[in-house]
Design a protein around this ligand. Structure first.
Ligand SMILES: [Zn+2]
Length: 431
């Protein structure tokens, strides 16, 4: 009898185990470009941002997020997980594959999706555009599979493009979104983009923001800004496949000061006209629990322990100048794609960006500090109504106020008595 019970127990466990299916979503991640040649979108501003590096950072962080997502319960009988295929994991010239090879990798792995990651550029010297663009194969409004005979319709591409554009825009605070099919966007009326042309599985290409908009290009040099975009791409796939979002949220923001304006182009009327604050220290803790503080230090990255093992900087044999990492070099095959903490050669600056990822729902106290500014305290309540939370902040200089502008001007020969005398102070004055 005892034996029978054991056998029955084994059989019933087996039957229960049989009832749960695990669905694996295979995503092929393509970090656009590769290496440091003139075709890898070299820095267009003094911020020093290479698109080939930024795309890889986002791809690697995205891979990590998918892996950390693990196996999730979808319902009583189904679980789901992701399996990732990377088209490159380094940033050497040799990692720059033919676009047809990228399609081939996605096809031969029977991927459920191919996601190509890029950032955009206007090619203008004083651009003020920073919007999010999502491209898919096919005419605009009629997404297709370009690599299959007859170009079958694939409406899921437009659906994901729409979700992803919105998520990236929220994560990066871009000023708008647009979606387009490559047949229409490039005006060819037929397959155009190489990364879609022979693709036989659904695919999308994200141009998260513009890397020739000065304020954005400084933010892009903060790895956490790129990582928040990776979160946006990952969350979009969870939404697309009706998988549960992680029960937590991301809080990001930009710290600036009204007291100084930037000396490069910015979007008219936008807060980007004000100077970002360097060396910020942002502390956040659940209300009543200062012992549980998390601290974000500006000009560095909080994810160094979590992500560093897969990122590296190989400098040996590189002929580029160690004092100018933005140097274009068409010959070297150096593998450099880490602009963060201890590796940034001063390039993570002038962005004022901070990120707290994986915050539990609840109410928090936030303390803003930076050298030369008065500390400030704020609060935020994070709930499950959205994933990307934004809290920008302006800091006030702790230097004594001084008269910055005055009318009449000094030594003005005469000033009409009916015109007012105006003093402009360095700080906002409580008059
Ligand atoms: Zn690109």
């Amino acid at each position: 009898m005892k034996k029978l019970i054991i056998i029955l127990f084994i059989i019933s466990s087996f039957l229960v185990a049989q009832e749960i299916d695990t669905v694996t979503y295979k995503i092929c991640i393509n970090a656009g470009h590769g290496g440091h040649t003139s075709n890898d979108r070299p820095p267009s501003t003094p911020a020093g941002y290479w698109e080939s590096e930024g795309n890889l950072t986002r791809a690697l962080a995205l891979e990590t997020i998918f892996k950390n997502y693990g196996i999730v319960d979808v319902n009583d009988t189904t679980r789901a997980k992701f399996s990732i295929v990377m088209t490159r994991r380094h940033n050497r010239h040799s990692d720059n594959l033919y676009l047809s090879s990228i399609c081939q990798i996605a096809n031969s792995n029977n991927s459920d999706w191919m996601q190509s990651i890029h950032s955009n550029a206007t090619g203008l010297t004083a651009s003020t555009r920073h919007t999010t663009l999502l491209l898919y194969p096919g005419p605009t409004g009629d997404s297709r599979i370009n690599g299959l005979a007859g170009y079958p319709k694939a409406p899921q591409e437009m659906a994901l493009a729409s979700i992803m554009a919105n998520n990236i825009s929220k994560a990066l605070q871009t000023t708008g979104t647009s979606l387009a099919g490559d047949w229409s966007f490039y005006g060819t009326g037929k397959p155009y983009l190489g990364v879609f042309r022979t693709l036989q599985v659904p695919g999308t290409l994200s141009e998260g923001t513009f890397h020739d908009y000065y304020p954005e290009t400084y933010r892009l040099q903060n790895l956490d800004f790129r990582i928040n975009e990776s979160w946006a791409i990952a969350i979009s796939f969870f939404d697309q496949f009706n998988l549960p979002e992680p029960e937590m949220a991301n809080l990001a923001g930009i710290i600036r000061t009204y007291e100084e304006k930037v000396n490069y182009p910015y979007g008219a009327g936008s807060n980007d006209q004000y100077k970002p604050v360097d060396s910020i220290k942002i502390t956040i803790y659940p209300v009543g629990s200062p012992d549980s503080s998390r601290i974000y230090n500006g000009n560095t990255t909080m994810y160094i322990d979590k992500y560093t093992p897969q990122w590296s900087q190989i400098t040996s044999g590189s002929p580029i100048s160690s004092t100018n990492w933005a140097t274009i070099d068409n010959n070297s095959d150096y593998d450099y794609y880490m602009n963060g903490y201890n590796n940034n050669h001063g390039y993570n600056r002038n962005n004022g960006f901070y990120l707290f990822d994986s915050l539990a729902y609840g109410s928090y106290v936030i303390i803003y500090e930076a050298p030369g500014f008065w500390p400030d305290t704020g609060s935020v309540t994070i709930d499950d109504s959205k994933f990307f939370w934004t809290k920008n902040h302006f800091m006030v200089s702790s230097a004594p106020p001084y008269v910055k502008t005055n009318t009449p001007k000094a030594n003005e020969p005469e000033h009409p008595a009916w015109e007012p005398i105006v003093l402009g102070f360095s700080h906002v004055m409580d008059t």
